[in-house]
Structures are given as structure tokens and as C-alpha cells.
Design a protein around this ligand. Structure first.
Ligand code: HEC
Length: 507
């Protein structure tokens, strides 16, 4: 060190000491990042907590940046998302990171919880750590749900619709809850403002408060040692043994214990960026329009299993699905550290815990899979923008052409193909006019049925007429429209006509 450097270094040290004497940073460091942890807890299985925190941090950062452009108004929200997708530099990437960050957060919170459950970390004296974690799980789900509303597209619209319908069934206060959530009796501009306030102020604030509590508890009550089969938790001796073990065999979290967390978080970050870049942001889908029967609305991944359950369970079981089951789940989750407070921690000695985890994952996994593939939660391309091939337009009367427009505009093609282009959920309509007669077609359009929504309430009689005229015209050239088998006279004519025809060809 040269003589010239010395005064600078020593004055830097002096400044540092001055700050330290006032803020006591060394003490804070030792009590937080540098706190001692059991050597055994530096395990890959123990990295999900910090990964959840990474997700949340990314949500806060991308969320703030998105909020700079996003306009929380029913008229502007959709447009501001399109602006982010297509005009704002890297706006699509921000939206994609926020979307995938949210999905990752839900999944990893779930993994974290599973690990804590299987490793018995919720037992004495960490009951409150577990309970604050359970509340954080619900807050995360609430953030995910309110975030989906921010898109304010058809998915969001119907998501709130279903949410409101469920809340409306809460005994006694149902109507008030709906009013409070929607900002009135219907979904409108106030609804978006309410959900925006929840999504960006109330819920993140609550998460920050609870994460602080959660981390404080982790520091106070220590990180769970890696359990050994056969070693029991006793309320009287656990804490003494734990402190002894820390003393003998502990190490500071930073720098000795943090390595695996850093690697896991790095991998997670790469996965999120890859999802954002290669899969991209979600939506916005078609703008919300309550006058249209939306055939492709579906919730984001974390709620798909609920949709499947609602669709698969028999009619009338909604009360059980949406009130009784959640209530039992909440009681079981919050009560867990009291039902099972001491004893074995290792999962190999707790076979029921393994069974519970397997059943939960199987149920949610299968229901989510069903939600992605099932017919009642169509995950399909919106075909309404695909042009109709010329041969299905030429030579049509004006009324039939109006029908062709309706087929396009009312999203029939999301389920039905015409000329091989369109959704696959319903039959191809290219030759439906040769298959079905006018009354049958009218009935199908008005009443729906067989997994097709009824359009009776959303089409005027003139529109039904135009649509059906067009459907009747959909048949191979030189074939007559399907006859009405319900009218006996015509049916007779058909049956009596056949032998004649046969006789002709025969002769
Ligand atoms: C959510 C998907 C969906 C949408 C949207 C939809 N349909 Fe359907 N549609 C179906 C399904 C599924 C069937 C088969 C019903 C059955 O098997 O009973 C069907 C059957 C039909 C049939 C009878 C076809 C046949 O060969 O049996 C007609 C005609 C029809 N739809 C017309 C329409 C029109 C017109 C619209 C738009 C106003 C429309 N559909 C919108 C799903 C849909």
C-alpha cells in the first residue's frame, strides 16, 4: 500500500465504522443471512422456499414495470395489453415473465408445502411457521386469480362471472359479497378497478407482511434439521437438542449453506425466461363481450382443476365443491400442526403422509389434464378469424350470406369446421344441409345440446333464420336439402320413391 492510498482507505474504514456504529449491520447480518443452520439442512429438498421468494420478487419487479403502461379501465385495459404485446419494446417479454412467474410461483409454493409436510417440518415448535405458510398459499392463489382478471378479456370476464356466481351463493351475505367484489351488481369498469386494487395493493401488501412474519419465524425457530427415521420430536427436549446440535454441528447460512439455493434459483430463472421467450405471454384473448356465448373461455392453470371438478361432478354438487370441500381443506391445513405435533418426522415412518401427497397430486394432476383436454373446457384455436373458403360463399343469397357472417361472428367455427378448417369439438358443417332439415337446424341452434351451447337467447329470430338458411345451403352441389322425416307424407314419398328408382336401374 502506498502512502497516498492510506488516508483514503482509512477514511473509508472510518466512514464504514461510523455507519456501523449507528445501524449495527454486523449484528443484523449475523441474525439474518449469517444465522446458523443445521449442516443437514443444506439439501436440494430445502431449496423450494427460496425459489418461491425468487418468483415473488420477479412478480413485484415485472408487475411494477407492467403497471407503468397498463390502464386499469374496462375500455382501455385490453388495448394497453395489445400495446404491450406489439408496440412497447420488450413489453411482450414482461407480460410473459409475469404470467409464467405467476404459474411457477403457484407450483413451487405447492412443492415447498409438500416438502415441509413430508419432512415433518410443521411439527413443534414450528406450528406458526406452517400456518403463516398456509395463509401465503391462499394469498398466492388470490393473486393468481385477480391477475387473470387484469387481462379483462373473455377468459377474465367469465372467470369473474363464475367467481361471482359462487360468491353469490354464500349464505346470507352472498349478495353483499358480490356487490363488494364487482363494485355493483354487474361486471363493469368498477369491477376492474376493484380487482386492480386487490391485485397491486392489498394482496401484495399482505404477502410482504406475511413473508416477513414467515421469515422471522424461520429465523427464530430455526430451519428444520434433515429428519432421521426413528428420531422423535418431544416437546420437552426438542428445542434443547436443536440448539445443542446447532452449536456443535451448525454453519452460517451465508456463505456455507446457500450454495444449493443459488443453483436451484439460477435454474428456475432460466426455466422462466425460456418459458417467457418460447411460449410467450398469455392473451389477451378475444375482448370481453357479454353478448356473445364464449366457447373458449377457460381459467389459468392454477384453477383448471376446479373447472374440471365442477364439470365432472353431478349437477347440484357445487355447494359441496365450492364451500364444504374448501372449508374442510382450510381446517385440515391450518389444524395440521395441532393434529400431529410430535413424534416421527421422517416420511418413511409416516406412510399416511405419503398416501395423502400421492392422492392430492394425482387428483389435481388428472383434473388439470382433463381441464386441458376435456370437451367442456375447450382449449382450441379461435377459428373465427379464418376466412371462409370461396365455394361456401359463391352463389349465396343475401340472407344466406348474412348467415355466413353470423357463423363467423358467433364463433360457431371455434367448434365446427367448414371445408376442413375450424374447431373439432362439433361435427363438420360443410354438408350439414344434406343431413339435417330446417326445423332440426333451428332446434339445434336455439336449444344447443350435446355439448353445444344454446343460442336462443343471443340471436334474434331474423339471425336464426339467416343462420339456418346458410346452413341449409351447405351441401354438395345438385343435392336437395334434407327432408323432414317428422312429416309422414314426405317420409312416405321418400320410401315409395326408392323402389321406383331401384326398379329403374334394375330395368
Ligand atoms: C362449444 C362448441 C360449439 C359451438 C360454439 C357451436 N357448436 Fe354446434 N355443435 C357442437 C357439438 C359438440 C355438436 C354435436 C351435438 C350432438 O352430438 O348432439 C354440435 C352440433 C351442431 C349441429 C348439428 C350438426 C350435425 O351434423 O349433427 C349444427 C347444425 C350446429 N352445431 C350448428 C352450430 C352453429 C350454427 C353454431 C353457432 C351459432 C354452433 N353450432 C356453435 C358444438 C358447438
Amino acid at each position: 500500500m502506498s502512502a497516498k492510498d492510506r488516508p483514503i482507505t482509512s477514511s473509508l474504514v472510518n466512514i464504514a465504522m461510523w455507519v456501523e456504529r449507528r445501524l449495527h449491520l454486523v449484528k443484523i447480518w449475523k441474525a439474518t443471512a449469517g444465522h446458523p443452520i443445521p449442516k443437514s439442512s443444506a439439501s436440494w429438498f430445502y431449496t423450494f422456499g427460496s425459489m418461491t421468494l425468487l418468483c415473488f420478487t420477479i412478480q413485484i419487479l415485472t408487475g411494477i414495470l407492467l403497471a407503468l403502461v397498463y390502464v386499469p379501465s374496462a375500455n382501455e385495459a385490453y388495448r394497453s395489453l395489445l400495446f404491450l404485446n406489439y408496440q412497447q419494446e420488450l413489453g411482450w417479454f414482461l407480460r410473459a415473465m409475469h404470467y409464467w412467474g405467476s404459474n411457477c410461483m403457484v407450483v413451487i409454493v405447492f412443492f415447498h408445502m409438500t416438502q415441509v409436510f413430508l419432512w415433518g417440518a410443521y411439527k413443534h415448535p414450528r406450528e406458526l411457521t406452517w400456518i403463516s405458510g398456509v395463509v401465503l398459499l391462499f394469498l398466492t392463489l388470490a393473486l393468481s386469480f385477480t391477475g387473470q382478471v387484469m387481462r379483462f378479456d373473455s377468459d377474465a370476464y367469465w372467470g369473474i362471472g363464475i367467481g361471482a356466481a359462487i360468491s353469490g351463493r354464500i349464505p346470507i351475505i352472498g349478495a353483499q359479497v358480490v356487490n363488494l367484489l364487482l363494485g355493483g351488481p354487474i361486471i363493469g369498469s368498477d369491477t376492474l378497478s376493484r380487482f386492480f386494487a386487490l391485485h397491486v395493493f392489498v394482496l401484495p401488501g399482505a404477502v410482504i407482511a406475511l413473508v416477513s412474519l414467515h421469515l422471522r419465524l424461520v429465523l427464530l425457530k430455526g430451519i428444520n434439521e434433515y429428519p432421521t427415521p426413528g428420531i422423535q420430536v418431544h416437546k420437552g427436549t426438542y428445542w434443547r437438542n436443536y440448539e445443542e446440535m446447532l452449536h456443535k454441528d451448525g454453519m452460517p447460512f451465508v456463505p456455507n449453506g446457500i450454495g444449493k439455493d443459488l443453483v436451484a434459483n439460477g435454474v428456475l430463472l432460466l426455466v422462466m425466461v425460456a418459458l417467457a421467450v418460447f411460449v410467450g405471454p398469455k392473451g389477451p384473448e378475444i375482448p370481453a363481450d357479454p353478448a356473445q356465448v364464449i366457447s373458449e373461455a377457460k381459467p389459468d392453470y392454477p384453477f383448471l382443476w376446479l373447472l374440471s371438478a365442477a364439470a365432472l361432478l353431478p349437477n347440484g354438487s357445487e355447494v359441496i365443491l365450492f364451500f364444504v370441500v374448501p372449508l374442510i381443506a382450510v381446517i385440515l391445513l391450518i389444524g395440521l400442526p395441532f393434529f400431529s405435533n410430535v413424534g416421527e418426522k421422517h416420511y418413511s415412518r409416516r406412510p399416511v403422509s405419503i398416501l395423502v401427497v400421492m392422492l392430492t397430486y394425482l387428483t389435481i394432476g388428472l383434473l388439470t389434464y382433463a381441464g386441458i383436454t376435456g370437451p367442456w373446457s375447450p382449449r382450441m384455436e379461435a377459428w373465427s378469424g379464418t376466412p371462409t373458403k370461396p365455394q361456401f360463399i359463391t352463389g349465396r343469397s343475401p340472407v344466406e350470406l348474412q348467415g355466413a357472417l353470423l357463423l363467423q361472428g358467433k364463433q360457431c367455427r371455434n367448434c365446427h369446421s367448414v371445408g376442413g378448417e375450424g374447431g373439432q369439438r362439433g361435427p363438420d358443417l360443410s354438408a350439414v344441409g344434406a343431413r339435417m332439415n330446417q326445423p332440426q337446424l333451428i332446434r339445434q341452434v336455439i336449444q344447443g345440446g350435446g355439448n353445444m351451447p344454446a343460442y336462443g337467447n343471443t340471436l334474434t329470430p331474423q339471425e336464426v333464420n339467416a343462420l339456418v338458411s346458410y346452413l341449409v345451403s351447405l351441401r354438395p352441389i345438385n343435392t336437395i336439402p334434407a327432408l323432414n322425416p317428422a312429416i309422414p307424407e314426405k317420409a312416405e314419398r321418400v320410401s315409395s320413391g326408392e323402389p321406383t328408382k331401384g326398379a329403374k336401374t334394375g330395368g
